[in-house]
Design a protein around this ligand. Structure first.
Ligand code: GLU
Length: 343
């Protein structure tokens, strides 16, 4: 891929997001009415609960055991209002949806420039766990939302021991959720026993000088971060903190420097949806991150976070129902960044 063209695309998206945040605040008088948010959540749930396409991830054996029929949707607005439908209190493993939140912590500690230089911000156009992407891309770790970049992000955190690194991440996610989160042990053990590809990625990155702690230690902490349990409501509060320029709507704490939010959302927009980032931008037009646990968080800058969870995944690794539900909410209420007309 042409590097300079990609950088222009990145800065364009960053500018667009900054404009989106500004206009979202300016246009808050036109914010959706409360009743409408509850009705759109109910509507999306009813519309897609009969959809049976896809199947649970099973390359992490424990994920295959999660009941496939679970389906929950939660919206939390920047002023902390919560709208839900379905299974929003079931704790599922956050998986890759954790990645932007760790990237946010790296930005807090070291700034957006360090993240760009030491990891990168380009979409890969390849699967999230690709080894070839590291061979082909000069920046190697590529971006913090694929496995390589996410393991590198873990390794960049300032810590003196693996335990300290892990506690820092778990406390950070808990602050973002506004309540204490914990590890789902069975998922952690199951992934630890099978994560040879991630170990290969970490070793290769270390060899290239693009991993900044012991490789296997970084993979272990990364595996733990993916195994954190969240409910759709907790994840929606994490997303609402991004929508609210880094301030948690529940606790009122300014957790993320607001100047880092446009960069973070730009990465989510370009690389948050596995190999369907283009299609997602085309249809729902929101920064988002998906995970193989079946969760998706989407951010409407300055307004709200939309989360959906359902375990069955499509070929790209995105939850079929969650994708459809958020797409419906975005399109039917014109929430996307580019002003799609309502469906
Ligand atoms: N822990 C998973 C892995 O490393 C995360 C995958 C995902 O949700 O994209 O394979």
């Amino acid at each position: 891929m042409n590097k300079s063209k990609n950088s222009v695309a990145y800065f364009f998206v960053r500018w667009l997001l900054a404009m989106g945040v500004a206009t979202a605040f300016a246009g808050s008088a036109q914010a959706l009415a409360t009743g409408d948010l509850q009705s759109v959540v109910d509507e999306a749930h009813a519309k897609y609960k009969g959809l049976k396409d896809g199947k649970n991830a099973d390359y992490i054996p424990e994920l295959a055991k999660v009941p496939s029929e679970l389906f929950g949707i939660a919206i939390i607005t920047v002023d902390g209002k919560v709208y839900t439908a379905g299974d929003v209190d079931y704790s599922f493993s956050i998986q890759s949806v954790a990645k932007p939140f760790t990237a946010a912590l790296v930005m807090e500690e070291q700034g957006v420039e360090a993240l760009r230089q030491k990891i990168g911000v380009e979409p890969t156009g390849m699967p999230f766990n690709s080894v070839i992407a590291l061979q082909l891309n000069e920046q190697r770790s590529v971006n913090p939302l694929v496995n390589a970049g996410a393991i590198a992000a873990v390794s960049m955190l300032d810590a003196e021991s693996p335990e300290q690194r892990w506690n820092k991440i778990l406390n950070w996610y808990s602050e973002l959720a506004g309540e204490k989160l914990s590890l789902i042990d069975d998922v952690y053990v199951s992934e630890s026993e099978t994560n040879y590809n991630n170990r290969a990625i970490a070793n290769m990155l270390f060899n290239f000088g693009r991993l900044y702690s012991d490789p296997l230690e970084a993979v272990d902490v990364y595996t733990r971060e993916c195994s954190v349990g969240v409910t759709a409501k907790q994840l929606a509060m994490m997303g609402a903190t991004l929508a609210n320029n880094g301030k948690n709507p529940k606790t009122g704490k300014q957790l993320i420097n607001k100047d880092n939010i446009p960069e973070l959302l730009a990465i989510m927009f370009m690389a948050g949806f596995y190999d369907e980032a283009g299609l997602w931008a085309y249809s729902a037009a929101l920064p988002a991150k998906t995970g193989v646990g079946g969760g998706i968080v989407a951010v409407v800058p300055g307004k709200m976070s939309i989360v959906a969870f359902s375990p069955r995944l499509n070929q790209a690794g995105n939850s079929v129902r969650a994708l459809k539900a958020i797409e419906h909410i975005s399109r039917s209420r014109s929430l996307g960044l580019f002003g799609h007309n309502p469906e």
